[in-house]
Write a protein that binds this ligand. Structure first.
Ligand code: NAD
Ligand code: TYD
Length: 352
């Protein structure tokens, strides 16, 4: 039995990872530590809440006492750090919480894991590992051609990506300074079930269903490299098991699409399956995001060659599965978009 401390496991990717692991393995125990911010939701985890190999703890990754207590209570083999403030637009409006959670929280987790796992000078219990879930946004932006490789210099632009890049540098510093066992994964944009409707795909989906304007930033020709969330979970699982200590692995499936293509795909799906009244007349071009990165694209050669990872879900299949999931989980959408989401939306999109 291996025990994973998964942080941020009540959010979009973290919850998908918890469900993915407990569905596949009987010899995996998961301790899910999550602060339950606006983005964390225990409803995402009802399928596993009674699983004897699962435990949920509500805590902040910045809280040294709470995190160290968990290391005393449980024999943790792996830390997988998903916990983060994850939305670029929120980071532009209010960067400080991004520094606190994404940078200081990561350093706290590293420090607690180091104290718990250390058995001698620069030596640690056998088989332990800390995995930092990072993002391709730390590389900045691409022009029309080329891809992000693991060797691409870090050049973040937004407060969000700057905080994630800072966290990556601390993870590297722990490896370089203390020989601490780490991996970093840098994945492209994820989509799939349980994504909070502040992100492009669920936001456009929800607005289309409600005949609300579909806000497209700038000219809509920014490119993102979309990966179905389960393929990201598979990559993380493989990196924990087989990743070479100290290495960074980029994760992406060569699925680059301009934003306007994504928006039009969602409209036509809803038009066909739900409501013939919706259409491209709902598209509203709005002021571009400040410092908006033009294009992201991952070169996944390293993780493919080294670990045999490949994406299983094509964009065409994944987007249909995702949109179907949202249609079948209207209650979930309603819960997460009531209350605080409404004031976020009004401030962000309606200038109120
Ligand atoms: P999310 O915003 O949906 O979820 C974040 C989770 O972290 C929530 O459950 C929240 O409650 C929790 N959290 C926030 N602050 C916390 C704190 N201080 N202590 C404990 N828990 C806290 O994010 P996501 O989209 O699932 O992203 C997860 C991770 O993957 C992040 O680190 C993000 O940078 C990274 N990532 C995301 C994408 C993407 O497309 N969404 C792509 C690549 C990498
Ligand atoms: P988002 O889902 O916020 O992910 P990220 O900024 O981390 O890539 O945005 C994806 C793309 O969609 C990005 O280029 C910004 C754009 N976008 C819009 O055009 N309108 C929106 O309302 C949102 C949320 C995003």
């Amino acid at each position: 039995m291996k025990t994973y401390l998964v942080t941020g496991g009540a959010g979009f990717i973290g919850a998908n990872f918890v469900l993915y692991m407990l569905d596949r393995y009987d010899d995996v125990r998961i301790i899910n530590l999550d602060k339950l911010t606006y983005a964390g939701n225990l409803e995402n985890l009802t399928a596993v809440e009674k699983n004897p190999n699962y435990r949920f703890v509500q805590a902040d990754i910045c809280d040294k006492e709470a995190v160290s207590a968990l290391f005393r209570e449980e024999e943790i083999d792996y830390v997988v750090n998903f916990a983060a403030e994850s939305h670029v637009d929120r980071s532009i409006a209010d960067p400080q919480i991004f520094v606190k959670t994404n940078v200081m929280g990561t350093v706290n987790l590293l420090q607690c894991a180091k104290e718990a796992w250390q058995v001698g000078d620069d030596t640690y219990r056998d088989g332990v590992k800390y995995l930092q879930v990072s993002t391709d946004e730390v590389y900045g932006t691409l022009g029309e051609t080329g891809y992000f490789m693991e060797t691409t210099p870090l050049d973040p632009h937004s407060p969000y990506s700057s905080s994630k890049a800072s966290a990556d540098l601390f993870v590297k510093a722990f490896a370089d300074t203390y020989k601490f066992p780490v991996n970093i994964t840098r994945c492209s944009n994820n989509y799939g079930p349980y994504q909070f409707p502040e992100k492009l795909i669920p936001l456009i989906m929800n607005n289309t269903l409600h005949h609300k304007p579909l806000p497209v930033y700038g000219d809509g020709m920014q490119v993102r490299d979309w990966l179905y969330v389960e393929d990201h979970c598979k990559a993380i699982d493989m990196v924990i098991r087989s990743g070479v200590l100290g290495e960074v692995y980029n994760v992406g499936g060569h699925n680059e699409r301009p934003n306007i293509f994504i928006v039009k795909t969602i409209i036509s799906y809803i038009k066909e399956h739900v409501d013939p009244e919706v259409g491209e007349h709902l598209i509203t071009y709005v002021t571009d995001r400040k410092g908006h990165d033009r294009r992201y694209g991952i070169d996944p050669t390293k993780i493919k060659d080294a670990l045999g990872w490949y994406p299983e879900t094509t964009f065409e299949v994944g987007i249909k599965k995702t949109l179907k999931w949202y249609l079948e989980h209207k209650d979930w959408v309603e819960h997460v978009t009531s209350g605080a989401y409404q004031s976020y939306y009004q401030k962000m999109y309606e200038g109120k």
